[in-house]
Design a protein around this ligand. Structure first.
Ligand code: ADP
Length: 160
């Protein structure tokens, strides 16, 4: 039984995240998405909103669950009996940071490894930050996020 965790802020979940989730769910038996509670910046969406959106977009995958977590990803992995951490890589700019985190985690617990999925080309530019910016300027975000997120922005900004 291969279990993995996919940690992130998901503020909000994008089609880029969803692509990684779909691909990871095919290669592991169980995937636990972990929404980080101790986010340094103030998130736009509350934890509950982010959980709700992720649960809705992953409903079609029976082996995917969504949880919140506080603290180190390695601890979250251990608590879920997972020995794999899934992360996505977009451009070289992600590489240095991701490498540092993966090596730190592996040093803390050598039983835990990180697996990287390279982004699908069509989502290579996509980040939650970009989506929040585009939405802030009242532009169409439907090519970047699932419909439930478009609706969530409408509620939040009341203008899209
Ligand atoms: P964090 O704040 O931990 O970077 P994010 O929610 O921004 O969390 O991202 C979670 C993970 O998903 C990270 O590994 C990130 O690189 C990956 N990711 C985000 N957007 C994309 C994308 N468009 N394509 C592939 N991976 C992505």
């Amino acid at each position: 039984m291969i279990k993995a965790v996919y940690p992130g802020s998901f503020d909000p979940v994008t089609l880029g995240h969803l692509d990684i989730i779909k691909r990871a769910a095919k290669v592991v038996d169980q995937l636990v998405i972990g929404i980080l509670v101790n986010y340094v910046k103030t998130p736009l969406f509350t934890l509950e909103e982010r959980v709700q959106m992720l649960e809705e977009v992953t409903r079609e995958f029976p082996n995917v669950t969504v949880k919140m977590f506080n603290g180190m990803t390695v601890d979250f992995a251990r608590e879920n009996d997972a020995r794999l951490i899934i992360r996505g890589l977009r451009a070289v700019t992600d590489f240095e940071y991701e490498m540092q985190i993966a090596q730190t985690n592996h040093t803390i617990d050598s039983d835990i490894d990180t697996i990287f999925f390279t982004t699908s080309l069509e989502y290579a530019f996509l980040s939650s930050t970009i989506v929040r910016e585009v939405a802030h300027y009242n532009s169409d975000i439907s090519k970047f996020v699932p419909p439930v997120v478009v609706e969530a922005f409408k509620k939040k900004y009341n203008h899209l």
